[in-house]
Design a protein around this ligand. Structure first.
Ligand code: NAD
Length: 246
């Protein structure tokens, strides 16, 4: 097992890509604290995992990710519960598709708060709680390469995630902490998976590998980057998009 005895925190771990990361980390022997936006959603995900495996070393947290002190306290509680902290995944995020002319200040604030500030807060808390050998992995997106035709706030935020990742790889490298990002393409989380075949097909046809990604495709890359297999990998933005951005 690649993560035996390690402890991880995963924000946005209650569903979608984050929940797939949580499950893969548990399967690789890690203890995992998953964060949801509310205590009920975090607990629902924990209960679902425990119903399949009552002994799974998993706990739920729901800090306000825009509040650095709350984030650090939550991550510290996972460290306390499991006796250490090794991996922090800043994965929570929202998407936007609003045309520029319709954007409000509130739209900009929202995407900055959830997609940038929460990643910065998670990285700052991680830098205080991780020791040498620790790993930070942020969730970026394929749109961090070429943008997208509407909803400028979303690619803006993911370009920022790449910038945070590259900068902190340089800043935290001397302390032995690796910082990487995973940039998913179109991934079949609940919302995408629920679309009818006729809507999925044109999306899949535009992808060199002719299918949308599964959450597990993305989660497998988190496992790699979190593990010692990636011991000399830092500052990398790993695209997991079936060749969409090649
Ligand atoms: P999702 O909507 O299924 O899950 C989002 C997660 O983020 C949930 O656990 C939710 O609780 C959490 N979250 C959202 N707003 C929050 C808030 N205000 N406070 C705390 N937590 C909050 O989405 P997903 O598709 O699994 O996305 C996960 C990450 O992957 C995001 O960063 C997203 O930008 C990125 N991504 C997704 C895709 C895709 O096609 N699904 C593609 C590229 C990148």
């Amino acid at each position: 097992m690649l993560l035996q005895g390690k402890t991880a925190v995963v924000t946005g771990g209650s569903r979608g890509i984050g929940l797939a990361i949580v499950k893969r980390f548990l399967a690789e022997g890690a203890n995992v604290a998953l964060c949801g936006s509310r205590p009920e959603t975090a607990q629902k995900a924990v209960d679902a995992i425990l119903s399949e495996n009552p002994d799974a070393p998993v706990m739920g947290l729901s800090p306000d990710l825009t509040d650095e002190a709350a984030v650090e306290a939550a991550f510290a509680s996972a460290k306390e519960r499991f006796g250490g902290l090794d991996i922090v995944c800043n994965n929570a995020g929202i998407s936007q598709s609003t045309p520029l002319g319709d954007y409000t200040a509130d739209d900009f604030d929202k995407v900055i708060d959830i997609n940038i500030k929460s990643v910065l807060n998670g990285c700052q808390a991680a830098s205080r709680l991780l020791s040498a050998g620790g790993v930070i992995i942020n969730t970026s997106s394929m749109v961090s390469k070429n943008g997208q035709p509407s909803g400028v706030g979303y690619p803006m935020s993911k370009f920022a995630v790449n910038g945070i990742t590259a900068s902190l790889a340089r800043e935290l490298g001397p302390a032995g902490i690796r910082v990487n990002a995973v940039a998913p393409g179109v991934t079949a989380t609940d919302m995408v998976a629920a679309l009818p075949e006729e809507m999925i097909k044109p999306i899949a046809d535009a992808i060199p590998m002719k299918r949308v990604g599964a959450p597990e495709d993305v989660a497998n890359c988190f496992v790699f980057l979190a593990s010692d297999l990636a011991a000399y990998v830092t500052g990398e933005i790993l695209h997991v998009d079936g060749g969409m951005t090649v």
